[in-house]
Design a protein around this ligand. Sequence first.
Ligand code: GLC
Length: 503
Amino acid sequence: MDIPWWRDAVVYEIYVRSFADASGDGVGDLAGARERLTHLKELGVDAVWLTPFYTSPMADGGYDVADYRDVDPLFGSLADFDALVADAHALGLRVLVDIVPNHSSDEHPWFRAALRGEGRDRYIFRDRPNNWQSTFSGPAWTKLPDGMWYLHLFAPGQPDFNWRNPEVRAEFLDILRFWLDRGVDGFRIDVAMGLFKAEGLPDVKDQSFMSDSPVWGRPEVHGVYREWRELLDTYPGERMAVGEVWTDSPEDLALYVRPDELHQSFNFAWLQAPWSATAFRKVIDDTLATVPFATWVLSNHDVVRHVTRYEAADPGTGLSRAKAALLTMLALPGSAYLYQGEELGLPQVEDLPPEARQDPVFVQSKGELPGRDGCRVPIPWSPGGDSYGFSPGGVRPWLPQPGSFGALSVASQTGDPASTLEFYRRALACRRELIRTIPYELEWLPSDADTLVFARGPLVCAVNCGTGPVRLPPHESVLLATGPAEDGLLPPDHAVWLQRPVT
Ligand code: GLC
């Protein structure tokens, strides 16, 4: 069987605003990302996912799109995009772009027309609101001067489309074609379990992602992904789509990745799991039992960076657990999604001053929720300067970076075998070698309750989630370890890859 490229791919999320700034305005851009592609090649990833760079008033960092077929001047131009794709492809890196189909910007021409009373059926207007809440806090409805209300499951600047209108459906097929024709290898689909809302928009008791929610995961959405899949399949080169799907159960998640729908969906259960062998084992078993092609993710631009998550649960363990979770995830069947900066071991920046915070979650909750700026602080490339190499000299980035970022920069860590960055490089290089020879299937090996030990052919991965050292399983050699694996012992909060003895 031919294995599709994405099945085992390691995909690196570039949060464009915070990756690298070439233009010198303090905000990351496409030209900056292009200049830094060699970092990703050296890191050893297979693909990049670019977060939205489309024309946008930036009510939600670009997830409010005013023109789905153009680049915002803040991020560059279509020519910059084409150059980035060409360079990435020349380096052997695939490129995924973000598609935002649940909502547009309130500055999208369709919504502007709707405000004038034209074509309101492309959005969701009512003469009175229901009790739905915005994901960012506060009501999900905003009242217009003419007395009508429109629905926005996120910021008021993000009106929800009416996916029951065939015009919306046709428009998105055309947007996909536009980017496929420009050479993208696939799409990350924003809020993929959104789009359709239950007829009549009934009030809810609970707005979580349960199976029969009127807000999320309506059955009609699957028809859309079947159409998208048909379109993707007409293009050469294994174009793919990965859905941002939040659900309460692996069974609901599996619906999105049926053979004629999306290729992958993010497995958020992995990042939501606490540091526990039992919890990890359950997520792994549930995932492998329900989805044909698994994915794993520990961090992204919406959640607290995993170093800090683990550290908060047990001070002193964050970085070690983060590396062990990475090694585990890279040994599991399927594909892995990395978030920019995790290869540097960046922590969440928790002490951003309120006046610096820009996330609508912070703004809409009137400062009650910290929001997501803390995982979006611009990346440090060099040990010093005004922005640690993020922007050209003398420019301050859009979010302030902490002093600790200097020592964590790419340049500071390069060449230091003890650094997180060199550990990531070794892990990805080793995986690249192994992936050709190991089977997809995972086999659990005996272990005590606080340790996970599994094998894929000749590779054995062991991770110690307990409180004392454990004996390493039988092995020929140690391939890679997050820390010392001396005297045949694996310390707590560490993981190891072993070469299995030939039997
Ligand atoms: C997704 C994005 C997030 C954005 C939201 C609304 O969850 O990842 O950043 O705020 O959708 O588009």
